[in-house]
Design a protein around this ligand. Sequence first.
Ligand code: ZN
Ligand code: ZN
Length: 338
Amino acid sequence: MKAVSMRQPKALEIVEVPEPKVGPKDVLVELRYVGLCGSDLSAYRGLSPLVTYPRIPGHEASGVVIAKGEKVPEYLKLGSAVAILPYTNCGSCPSCRLGRYNACQHNQTLGVQRDGALSERISIPYEKVYASDALTLQELALVEPLSVGYHATNRGRVAETDTVLVLGCGAVGLGVVAAASSKGAVVIAADIEGSKLAKAEKLGARHTIDLTKGDANAMLRGLTNGEGASVTIEAVGLPQTFRMAIEHAAFSGRVVFIGYAKEDAPLQTNLIVSKELEVLGSRNSLNAFPDVIRMLEGRKLPFGEMISRVIPFMDAAKAFFEWDSSPQKFTRILIEFS
Ligand SMILES: [Zn+2]
Ligand SMILES: [Zn+2]
């Protein structure tokens, strides 16, 4: 079968690889859509410390079950449309012992520490696939990226009484906006790109703030009666936005960091103490797939807004090239298998 291989940074080719083996508890999934994520771009650019080459990228995948091992339960049928959970968990590290598998110390994500989903077929343990009859295969490819934002709102215990400030409206930030607004919170979305703020508005943000225009800090204070937001969620990964998340959190508020920073950020520890903030990290997602699938199935928000382009599998190299040249232009590129 065919797969996209990153031979080395910036060198993609379509290669022949062996058919995957299907164990007793595995399903064989024929891939239909794979979304390209920031971590795939880092791998392409040679900037990911976790990736070795050659590597098959891709972890935001949907497909159809075409074979299953003898120990796979009845509910997963041949022909089921599924979203794939791309993480592994060792079962014995401190996180796994607490049942927090998303933060496994030895996690291997598809397309990062092991070969990913940009291949015609993949064999995967049945517990890692989630079926939905109601969603399209494009929608199923959005489940993983949306689940990352959804998990961050779970970490911040977002409820309908909250005002949530979301810093950064890339795919992950938009997932936070959608999840927080679906939970009934008032969402303030902030970014430096007007087009991303327009998407945030469609996905449920009540207020949007362009951080490049006017006094954004004063506007943020104005929107929260000078109190700050009860939950702030950082989805950028820059020192400035980590600081803003702490500065604009209300007293006794929750601060959630999803952004993965390339450098350390000096933080205002006096504010963390005097406001008694809870500062929480958020990584991957835990048990969020069923909730995200339900949110998508409700079709209350135009999730299709997240898909910027659909590009055929055979043109995957071109997709990476275009994305690398102008990353701001795209929220999600989906690679389509015909
Ligand atoms: Zn991703
Ligand atoms: Zn573990």
